[in-house]
Design a protein around this ligand. Structure first.
Ligand code: SF4
Ligand code: SF4
Length: 447
């Protein structure tokens, strides 16, 4: 006998047919003929058992293969537990480093505080020592370094020095090395880009908030000047190289710039994204994340009732895609790094943290400190607050989206809700707008 998986989600597609998704398997299927749709609705009914010999049709058998129907004896809660345990088994040690917390930009929606300049050599060496100790446990086969800031290239020499040391360490410890960077792109001239490629930094996230007219309103230098021309020149020069690298262009839109997105998408398509290395775009509404600009920016789309996928829907019309989107519906795909045991974040002064939004604005986020080149401390009580966030949440255990989110989409939101006595689950936007997300993913699958 079989029953519907508790992790199924069935939704009517805007255009035609239905989409059915199973979050434990990460499977998404579109059904459009009426016969199949009726069977899908029937087999998705909770508290019903189905006999394979009686049903014996293609949809039934396909639903068993794809995890939409499971054996009636199966305890899916155990499967979920197993999946959560797997978080401990990730073979990549993922490290985010802020070589400086300062920035040459003052974006109008930025949540950072620009408290500290370049990381000192003693702290850099302390991070190398920390990573060496972690790799010595024998749990990891690869090391990924993600450069973050502030603007990481504002402390170019730290990125260079530390990369050289970490590449050498990876060779000594016999683990694979890879590296990514979130940069505003202003310093990415030909010479600097070549140096970064030589340092194995091959994944770039660079933001353009539209054409100059819009970008230069939000992403400005500390002296107030615009930055579009320099960044777009750097991007064009990157397309002229033959290096192996990938760029995700990020765009943060306001209500006003959403209406002007077509011109920008046309520009991307014709000038930059025709190069396969730039084909991954992420187009999102601006949201208020606190920080020095909290409350100062009153054009946040997220505060209005507009789908957060509006921009991406438009991007599709221009053949541009967010290749990371499909990760959101994979098992564990929406768990925040802050709740992953293989993840660590280092501030410019050696603070060891979890959440890259809270940074050191909340004591709970400072889970340790690099003391000097040979010593560090970790507060394991604080650390486990982040790692174990959501693991005992009973509501999460019965949620159809739990395999993807695991109650750990945003531990920071969970803590804030608890502190303010807000009786609300810390669910991701992706769950709230799941029908829209599945629809857009379906279109991607069809391309
Ligand atoms: S804990 Fe929440 S706010 Fe912090 S990085 Fe994760 S998702 Fe962002
Ligand atoms: S936080 Fe929300 S979406 Fe995530 S598992 Fe819990 S109830 Fe489900």
């Amino acid at each position: 006998m079989y029953k519907a998986s508790q992790f199924n989600f069935l939704t009517k597609k805007n255009s035609e047919g239905v989409l059915i998704y199973n979050s434990l398997e990460g499977n998404l299927v579109h059904l459009e003929n009426e016969y199949e749709i009726n069977l899908a609705k029937k087999y998705n009914k909770k508290n019903r058992l189905f006999d394979q010999e009686i049903e014996n049709n293609d949809v039934f058998n396909f639903f068993i293969e794809s995890g939409f129907l499971v054996e009636s004896e199966k305890n899916e809660a155990i499967e979920l537990e197993r999946l959560i345990q797997k978080r401990e088994e990730d073979p990549t040690l993922f490290i985010t480093i802020m070589p400086t917390e300062d920035c040459n930009f003052r974006c109008v929606y930025c949540f950072e505080h620009f408290k500290r300049g370049s990381m000192e050599v003693e702290i850099q060496d302390g991070i190398v020592n920390f990573i060496k100790k972690m790799l010595s446990k024998g749990l990891y086969t690869s090391l990924h370094i993600n450069w973050f800031g502030g603007e990481p290239l504002h402390a170019f020499e730290v990125v260079e020095l530390l990369s050289i040391k970490l590449i050498k360490l990876s060779q000594e410890m016999d683990v694979d090395y890879s590296s990514s960077i979130t940069t505003n792109g202003y310093y990415l001239n030909k010479e600097n880009f070549k140096k970064l490629i030589d340092l194995n930094i091959t994944y770039y996230t660079i933001t353009l908030d539209g054409l100059a007219e819009d970008h230069d309103k939000t992403r400005i230098l500390a002296n107030g000047c615009g930055t579009f021309n320099e960044i777009s020149e750097n991007l064009k020069n990157m397309t002229k190289t033959n290096y192996e690298f990938f760029v995700q262009i990020r765009n943060n839109y306001t209500l006003d710039s959403l209406n002007k997105l077509d011109g920008f998408l046309e520009y991307l398509k014709n000038n930059i994204c025709k190069d396969y290395r730039f084909e991954n775009v992420d187009i999102r509404p601006i949201f208020d994340n606190g920080g020095y600009n909290a409350g100062n920016f009153d054009d946040c789309v997220s505060s209005k009732k507009i789908s957060k996928y509006k921009g991406l829907e438009k991007a599709h019309e221009y053949g541009l895609h967010n290749l990371s989107l499909k990760n959101y519906i994979r098992p564990g795909g929406i768990v925040c790094n802050a709740s992953k045991p293989n993840y660590w974040l280092f501030g410019a002064d050696g603070k060891i943290m979890r959440c890259n939004v809270e940074l050191d604005t909340e004591e709970r986020n400072i889970v340790g400190q690099i003391k000097d080149a040979n010593n560090y401390v970790i507060d394991f009580t604080k650390l486990s607050l982040w790692i174990d966030a959501g693991k005992k949440d009973k509501v999460c255990k019965s949620c159809f989206f739990a395999p993807s989110c695991q109650g750990a989409y945003c531990a920071s939101l969970r803590f804030n809700n608890e502190r303010l006595n807000i009786n609300k689950q810390p669910c991701p936007e992706e769950k709230k707008a799941l029908s829209d997300l599945l629809e857009i993913l379906f279109k991607e699958m069809m391309n």
